[in-house]
Each structure stands twice: as structure tokens, then as C-alpha cells.
Unconditional design. Structure first.
Lengths: 115, 579
């Protein structure tokens, strides 16, 4: 937790989710209201982002899976598949993305048009 | 590829040579590093007559294999004092390969002070005086036009800018891309080595060259198809690099808190959005004109990570606008405006300097009080001065280590006197081990690839913890040394990391081309051998394990936001090369 943001999180989206969030909210980052704690999966649902469009999330600078529980005050970023390979290892994606629909099983991945 | 060209700049004579058996199955970095280790006196002065510079395409260069047009350039580095392989795109590698030239070795140095052009075609090598108007402060963009007029647009070209002519330690070697823009073998000051030999340019004309022979064309085609598919189906190589370029990493590394900023005192900046790949791409699209989001630096590249960045009027400023350059100027030096960064990038390409070394040197000079923080105009002016270098321009082009010394700083981010690039080792520890131990000096591209099952290496890595990092760095360096020998762009790894079929297809292409039956283990062995040869050269040049260390300040200056220090012991670091 970086600072007291009340019942909100500071939300960012990267790659095409950058465009998506900008279009949806008109700004980046977004101060997003929460009712309380929320998993990455439920946050994605609230944002209408398909789960296979998120490889990992960042919470306060740490890479996490979609089951991770986000708390009010957190800084959160949604990262679609597309981070260059060596850094996906170095930043620990493989330890976190295994239960996410958008993991390294890329052959099964079908791109959906979000917009 | 069945011949070497050996150019003696003392006698100004060149000859074709048969390739010795021991080099026949080497290419790219494997070949340049072996020739340097075999032929160059390790204790020689890098700018003296006993150094040599070697250019070599990879094993697959010149074929139809996707992304196989990379060239390795090797020498003893005037920046690090150790062995160097610097890698570039452009058309040169494929043209060399089509002419059957496995390596160009340039040795000796003239007694006069003229500059020369080495011109190579199917039958001959001619050494002639360089056109006067391309010298003495003429930038690379203009020099290419002058040389194109004389030698033809289609000729491949390697050239040094004014920084190389003045033998500045950060001088690069520029290579023409398909549109006569500039790529570079950037790191390690190899432009100064070419300058010391008074070679302004090497021009290669592959008119009437035959095709690169393939032992089993059907097998090659099939392997090439599988390989290409692996690249194009992956969301990184097939989509994100073409859309955002390597600058896609700004937001990611910044968010991870490993984005070294303000001379490595912070790991995250507030203005990342100004300089991110997402902004870069959106800006290019919005401005239209000559800008393009995606561009290939050599024929056959399917990843297309390069782009043309245009100004507000839509006029081309620069291409190959890389994450590390944008990071160096935008975060490490705190220049918040992407247009200002693009103009400095162009100026660096034009004078012919490494855009990582100089960007980090600028940031270090800002920390040392020589330049105001974030002052893009001042930085641009100094880079432009490198064309006819003022004392200040010489200092900055001297590289980060020199600037740090002259400013009396202890916070000098170098390993083996080469600037640390855009990933801070404190919160991304595996990359730190690679910076510390690679024979190249701090180099992020030294640890890019592993063979086999990625999960065996990387499944449980936590970037902030030590566990698994030694194995990670070792495997990545071995894999990279091997791929660097194939002529493949390292970015193919983005696509094949998650797809073992893709890695095997790369090996199958080599097998089909040369009639071999190499396995992944053989390729790993090649990588290990290359690293051992490079390390042996460095040892003979005076390097020891004590040089395999990160700058000490990283052990006691915690990097926010994670507030971590570098905590690997010397014994642990030395384990990386225990194979």
C-alpha cells in the first residue's frame, strides 16, 4: 500500500488495455472505486476485460496472478500477453500465471476484439 | 559461406582465404570471438595496430529463414578492455552471406592519416580513399547519401561517423538498413577500432551473387515454416513488438519498480506515460506523415519491432527507437519529452555513438552537475558537438565510467566500464548476475535465450529473491551465445520461449542447411564454448573474478519503491560461470 486512497485503487492498463482504459475512463491512471477487497479476476469482470486478455497483474509493483486479492489503496496494473520473453522469466510471470487463462499456452489463445 | 576476406590496412592489401576447418561450423558471435581469441594479442591496445576487427554473418544468414539477417562484429573493446561482440541488423549480413563470405577480418593500420573505403564485390576487394565530403564532421545520414551516390543504393554499408573518426570510446558502427537509414553495432566502442584503422566505410555489392546453398531444401522449408509460425502466433513477436516496439517495456519495468531513474536513485518515475511504447505508437499513428508503427530492419524479419518516428509535421526523425535509448534519456536523465528524446537519438545515430552508453553518460553527468537534470536541449547540443568534438562532447562520449570519474562520483552504473542498461539489478536480480558476469561488460542482451523447457529454468523465479537466479543467468547466457552465432535476431526468443517446437525448428533449419543432425544439447554446447573462449580472452587481457561485480553503491543504496539492495556474495556470483 503506497498511500491512503480511501476505498479506491490506482488502476493502469498496458499495451492494448492502455487504450481500452483510456477510452472507457478518459484518463490514465484511473482512480477506481471498490466496495472492499476484490480478486484480480473479479476486477477484470467489472471492467469487462476478458480473462484471456490478462497474463498477469501488478499489485504495488509485484507480479501477481488473477486470484490475488486486491485491497483498497493498492496500485494495480493489468498486463495483457505481450511482454518480451526474457523479462517474463526475470519478473517472475511463470510463477504467477499458471492458473490464468492467458498463460504460456498460446496455441489455444484466441484474440477477441475488445472494442 | 566458404571464404574469409582479410584486409591489411598497413599494406592496404586484401586477400581471399579458405576457411580453416576449425571455423567451418561457427558463425556470428561464435566466429568473431574465436578469431579474436586466436589472433589478437589480449594485452594489445584496442586502438593500436595489433587489434583486429571481425565482421561475421550467422550460420543461417542469407537464407530465407525468418529474422536471420543479423551480423556480429568483434574486436577488443576500447570501452571495456575486454572481448566484444556487438550485433546489428541492416542488409550487410545477408549480402555477405550471399557472396559466400564467412568473415571479414581487418587488421593493421595505415601510416598515413587518410580515411579509406573497403569495397567488396563478387570478385574483388578494393581499398580506396574515402570521399572528402563524407569526412570531418559529416553526419552518418549525409555520409550514406554521398556513399550511395558513389556505390549505389543497393550496396550494403558499414560506416563510422565522426565519433569513430575521432576514436571516441562510445563510437558505434552504423549499418545501412533497406531504406538507407541507420542501424548500429552499438556497444563497446567498435567504431573507434574501425576509426583507428582509418576505415570510414565497408561497402558490399552482392550483384550476381548466388544463393546460399541448402543441403536439404525441403527440410529447410518445413522447418522455416514452423519457425515462422511460432513467431507470428506469439502475442509478443506477432503483435506487441510490431505495435509498440521494444518501448513496450517502459510501463512494465516501471511498474515492476526496476526502471532505473535519475542516475539509478529511483526505480519508478511519474512521467512513464510520456515515454511509453503505448504513447510512442499512438503518437506515430496520430501524426501520420512519414511515421510508421512497424518496420523491418532487414529483409525476412517477421517481427518488425522497428518503427519510423516522425515529428509534429510528419517528417521522419528516427527509426529503431529502442526502449533502452528512451529509458536512458527519458528516465535515467529525466528528459520528459519524447520528441526531445527522438531528436537526441537521431543526433546520436548521426555522429555515430552508442545510444545506451551516451544516454547513461549524460545522466551521470547530470548527477555530477555538468548538465541540468532533464535538460533535453543541453543534451542535444552536446551530442551534436561530437561531430567536431568539444572537450565537453569528448567527456560525454568517453562513456559513463569516465564521466563518473571526472565528476568525482561513487554512483557510477557500469560493469567493466560499460554502462548498465535499463533494468535495475536490485529488484530484478537475475539480470544483475548477467550484467556482472558476462564477458561483454554490462549488457542486457547477453542473457536473452534458453533452450529447452522454460519452466525448468524460470518457473519459480521471484525477481526480488536469490533463489534460482544463478541457474537462470547461466542458462540465459549460454542460450544467447548460441543464438548470437546463428545470425538470428535475439528477439526470436520472445516467440520461441513458450513454444519448444519453435526452438527445435531453428535447430532443424541449421541441420537442413548444413546437412547436420545437431540437437538442443549440441547448441547448448556451442553456447558454452563461445562463453569459455570469451572468458579466456578476458583472463589473458587481465580480467579476473573481481571484475565480475556490480558497482558497490548498489550494495548500500536501496532502490525505491521496493527499497532493495544488491545482495549476492562474490562466491555466489562466481557460481554463474561454474560450468
Amino acid at each position: 500500500m503506497f498511500e491512503d486512497r480511501g476505498n479506491t485503487i490506482e488502476l493502469r492498463g498496458f499495451l492494448h488495455l492502455n487504450t481500452y482504459i483510456r477510452k472507457k475512463f478518459g484518463t490514465m491512471p484511473v482512480i477506481f472505486d471498490l466496495d472492499g477487497e476484490i480478486t484480480g479476476k473479479d476486477l477484470a469482470k467489472r471492467l469487462n476485460v476478458p480473462l484471456n486478455e490478462i497474463e498477469v497483474i501488478f499489485v504495488n509493483g509485484f507480479v501477481q496472478g488473477l486470484d490475488f486479492v486486491i485491497k483498497p489503496g493498492d496500485r494495480v496494473a493489468l498486463l495483457p500477453p505481450g511482454c518480451p520473453g526474457p523479462y517474463r522469466i526475470a519478473l517472475g510471470f511463470y510463477g504467477k500465471n499458471q492458473n490464468n487463462p492467458a498463460n504460456f499456452k498460446i496455441k489455444e489463445r484466441k484474440l477477441k476484439n475488445l472494442y | 559461406m566458404n571464404k574469409f576476406i582479410r584486409v591489411n590496412m598497413t599494406t592496404k592489401k586484401a586477400k581471399f582465404e579458405d576457411v580453416p576447418n576449425k571455423y567451418k561450423m561457427l558463425g556470428g558471435r561464435g566466429l568473431t570471438s574465436n578469431i579474436i581469441n586466436d589472433e589478437v594479442k589480449p594485452t594489445c591496445h584496442p586502438l593500436g595496430k595489433n587489434n583486429k576487427i571481425v565482421l561475421a554473418p550467422g550460420l543461417l544468414s542469407g537464407t530465407s529463414a525468418p529474422n536471420s539477417g543479423r551480423l556480429s562484429v568483434g574486436a577488443k573493446s576500447p570501452l571495456t578492455g575486454g572481448i566484444k561482440e556487438s550485433n546489428t541488423g541492416g542488409t550487410f549480413s545477408q549480402q555477405m552471406a550471399r557472396l559466400g563470405i564467412k568473415a571479414i577480418i581487418i587488421e593493421g593500420m595505415p601510416k598515413d592519416d587518410k580515411f579509406y573505403v573497403i569495397r567488396i564485390d563478387k570478385d574483388d576487394v578494393i581499398i580506396e580513399e574515402a570521399p572528402e565530403e563524407a569526412l570531418n564532421g559529416c553526419g552518418n545520414y549525409e555520409a550514406v547519401k554521398i556513399l550511395n551516390k558513389k556505390y549505389g543504393d543497393k550496396a550494403g554499408m558499414a560506416l563510422i561517423g565522426p565519433a569513430g573518426e575521432y576514436r571516441l570510446p562510445s563510437a558505434n558502427i552504423a549499418f545501412k538498413d533497406p531504406e538507407s537509414n541507420l542501424r548500429a553495432a552499438g556497444r563497446g566502442g567498435l567504431g573507434a577500432v574501425l576509426g583507428s584503422k582509418r576505415v570510414k566505410a565497408i561497402v558490399i555489392d552482392d550483384t550476381d551473387a548466388g544463393r546460399v546453398p541448402i543441403a536439404d531444401p525441403d527440410k529447410f522449408r518445413e522447418a522455416s515454416r514452423v519457425f515462422s509460425k511460432a513467431l507470428l502466433e506469439h502475442p509478443v513477436s506477432g503483435e506487441s513488438l510490431a505495435e509498440y516496439g521494444t518501448d513496450v517495456l517502459v510501463n512494465i519495468i516501471n511498474e515492476a519498480g526496476g526502471f532505473p531513474s535519475y542516475n539509478f536513485t529511483k526505480g519508478r518515475i511519474e512521467h512513464a506515460d510520456n515515454i511509453s511504447g503505448e504513447t510512442l505508437s499512438a503518437t506515430i499513428k496520430e501524426r501520420k506523415g512519414e511515421g510508421m508503427v512497424s518496420h523491418a530492419c532487414h529483409r525476412g524479419c517477421v517481427i518488425r519491432c522497428s518503427q519510423w518516428y516522425a515529428d509534429e509535421e510528419g517528417k521522419y526523425i528516427t527509426s529503431g527507437f529502442e526502449y533502452e535509448t528512451i529509458w536512458g534519456l527519458g528516465a535515467d536523465a529525466g528528459i520528459e519529452d519524447l520528441d526531445a528524446i527522438a531528436s537526441i537519438d537521431r543526433a546520436m545515430d548521426d555522429v555515430g555513438v552508442d545510444s545506451i552508453e551516451v544516454a547513461v553518460a549524460i545522466a551521470t553527468a547530470m548527477d555530477g552537475g555538468l548538465i541540468p537534470w532533464g535538460d533535453g536541449k543541453a543534451a542535444l547540443e552536446i551530442v551534436k558537438q561530437m561531430a567536431k568534438p568539444t572537450p565537453m562532447a569528448r567527456i560525454i562520449a568517453g562513456g559513463c565510467a569516465i564521466v563518473g570519474k571526472l565528476c568525482g562520483l561513487f554512483r557510477v552504473p557500469v560493469v567493466k566500464d560499460q554502462a548498465i542498461p535499463a533494468y535495475d539489478p536490485r529488484p530484478i536480480k537475475g539480470i544483475g548476475l548477467t550484467y556482472a558476469t558476462t564477458p561483454m561488460g554490462a549488457d542486457h542482451t547477453a542473457g536473452y535465450c534458453v533452450s529447452g523447457n522454460i519452466l525448468k529454468v524460470g518457473a519459480d523465479i521471484d525477481p526480488l529473491k536469490k533463489e534460482g537466479q544463478i541457474e537462470y543467468s547461466r542458462a540465459m547466457q549460454i542460450g544467447t551465445a548460441a543464438v548470437d552465432s546463428t545470425g538470428m535476431c535475439l528477439f526470436v526468443y520472445f516467440g520461441i520461449a513458450d513454444n519448444p517446437d519453435g526452438y527445435q525448428a531453428m535447430i532443424n533449419m541449421i541441420n537442413a542447411q548444413y546437412g547436420l543432425s545437431l540437437t538442443a544439447e549440441d547448441i547448448d554446447k556451442l553456447g558454452e564454448d563461445v562463453l569459455k573462449v570469451e572468458r579466456e580472452f578476458n583472463r589473458k587481457a587481465g580480467f579476473s573474478n573481481a571484475h565480475d561485480r556490480l558497482p558497490e553503491f548498489m550494495e548500500y543504496e536501496p532502490l525505491p519503491p521496493h527499497n532493495v539492495v544488491w545482495d549476492f556474495t562474490p562466491e555466489e556470483i562466481d557460481e554463474v560461470f561454474n560450468f
